[in-house]
Design a protein around this ligand. Structure first.
Ligand SMILES: Cc1cc2nc3c(=O)[nH]c(=O)nc-3n(C[C@H](O)[C@H](O)[C@H](O)COP(=O)(O)OP(=O)(O)OC[C@H]3O[C@@H](n4cnc5c(N)ncnc54)[C@H](O)[C@@H]3O)c2cc1C
Length: 438
């Protein structure tokens, strides 16, 4: 059997890794439109400094997949303890926010503590993200941090988002919140407290480690945008923008479902097209900035809920090791900004975005002034975050059923249109490889 995999991101690459030793599979061809495989797990290099599309840290509750990732990296990895902060009213509050309420002003602290302990929403049924935050954390923590930060990152009204993703967030124990308000240290989100990161080469090293394990059955055809997919009798035919065409017994698509619908030569029913058009996602701008000096101390990522500042997160790459941040004693920051389709941000030029970033860095005092900047570079990526709006579940059930019935398997973050981190992407690829073997 010859399998065609559309897209050479982490899902396509890890799927090929799992499939290569399965019985009855002679060839797996990965077709990737970019020159390098990796998708969102690509890393770039600016003046010797590697950076990702937002630092991609390796963590998981899924021990089998976590072990696989760290074993594949071999010696090329370091383990870190989280050191993230939230920048609120000129102070740095430890992340997660509810674990260091003592760092707030007295008025904000009392507001958060009292509305958590005496929460009128506690027994209500949460039907959307905003209601879930109110029910789980109370009005203070929601209004001060969760609502503005989440609105900033999703660029979407939280009342129109469902709870699929956040219902995994546990309700913090009462004692933790009482302790946190009185200055006794507590920790939240324990599954992410430690994480791994490649010693060099950025997260793309993980992709390279998978590829290093490929046997001769796996072919990566890069720089090949798939422009047509058609079923003729019991074979699948693919055409790429290079004019090449191939024939396959089975197709797995890891490319965004919107792109799949665009290349699939078939009469896709109107209700499926409408569901695909109704899917919501956000895009991302990332800017790497090398500075002579910053004021972020030994922190890694700093979340910024303040909507007057253009970026929602700044990460100090020095935290990950010298080869990511320091060049002749300098420091390197990676700034992230999400944007929605047709928004003003989407239309802003990169140089205008960079001006706003510099203003934001000065206003927050993350840098003393713009003279500290040595060099910077900005990149944009259309498909970054899935938005779980209220129609997502219904839409994806229809879409998935349709492609299943057509014999096309969907896999990966934008392939399945689910909020999947690297570990979940690899888990889904492994599960799919087992289904294919049957
Ligand atoms: C800002 C950000 C930060 C993140 N941080 C973390 C983190 O810290 N930890 C973590 O575990 N996960 C993180 N993730 C998630 C992680 O990036 C994804 O789970 C993973 O990279 C998804 O891989 P994928 O292969 O499913 O999708 P993609 O990486 O999107 O791969 C799809 C591939 O298909 C290709 N393609 C598209 N159209 C075509 C076509 N027509 N023909 C051929 N090829 C095509 C694309 O070029 C791409 O290579 C983060 C994601 C983002 C956006």
């Amino acid at each position: 059997m010859k399998i065609g995999v559309l897209g050479g991101g982490l899902s396509g690459i890890s799927l090929a890794y799992f499939l290569q030793n399965k019985q009855g599979i002679n060839c797996i061809e990965i077709l990737e439109k970019e020159r390098e495989p990796g998708g969102l797990c690509r890393s770039f290099n600016l003046n010797g400094l590697s950076y990702d599309i937002g630092p991609h840290i390796i963590f998981s509750k899924d021990n089998e997949i976590l072990d696989l990732m760290i074993n594949l990296l071999g010696e090329n990895k370091n383990k870190f303890k989280r050191s993230n902060k939230i920048y609120y009213k000129k102070s740095f509050i430890k992340y997660p926010f509810e674990n260091e309420l003592s760092a707030l002003s007295e008025a904000d602290r009392e507001y958060c503590l009292n509305t958590f302990l005496n929460n009128p929403y506690e027994n209500s049924v949460a039907e959307n993200m905003l209601q879930y935050f109110l029910k789980t954390f109370g009005e203070g923590i929601t209004n001060i941090y969760l609502k503005p930060y989440n609105e900033k990152i999703w660029k979407f009204d939280l009342s129109f988002m469902d709870t699929q993703m956040i219902e995994r967030i546990p309700k913090p124990p009462r004692e933790d919140i009482i302790n946190s308000a009185s200055g006794i240290p507590t920790e939240g989100y324990l599954h992410q407290i430690y994480f791994y990161y490649p010693q060099q080469g950025g997260i793309n090293s993980l992709i390279k480690s998978f590829i290093n394990q490929f046997n001769k059955k796996v072919i990566i055809t890069a720089d090949s945008n798939v422009v047509e997919l058609q079923r003729i009798k019991n074979k699948w035919k693919i055409k790429t923008d290079k004019g090449a065409s191939g024939e396959y017994d089975l197709i797995v698509s890891t490319i965004p479902v919107q792109s799949l619908a665009g290349i699939y030569k078939s009469d896709i029913p109107k209700e499926i097209i409408e569901s695909i058009i109704d899917l919501k996602y956000s895009s991302i701008i990332i800017t790497i900035i090398n500075v002579k000096k910053d004021n972020l101390g030994s922190n890694f990522s700093v979340m910024v809920p303040d909507k007057d500042i253009i970026f929602h997160r700044v990460s100090k790459l020095n935290f990950l090791g010298d080869c990511y941040g320091a060049k002749d004693g300098s420091n390197t920051l990676l700034v992230e900004i999400t944007y929605a389709k047709d928004s003003l941000l989407e239309k802003m030029s990169n140089s205008d975005v960079e001006k706003k970033i510099i203003e934001g860095l000065e206003d927050t005092k993350f840098i003393d002034n713009r003279e500290q900047i040595n060099f910077m570079e900005t990149r944009r990526f259309e498909y970054a975050y899935i938005i779980y709006d209220l129609h997502h579940k219904k839409n994806m059930n229809l879409i998935r059923n349709y492609f299943d019935n057509q014999g096309i398997s969907l896999c990966g973050r934008f392939g399945e249109f689910e909020y999947l981190n690297m570990d979940a992407v690899i888990r889904h690829a492994k599960n799919l490889s087992e289904e294919i073997e049957k």
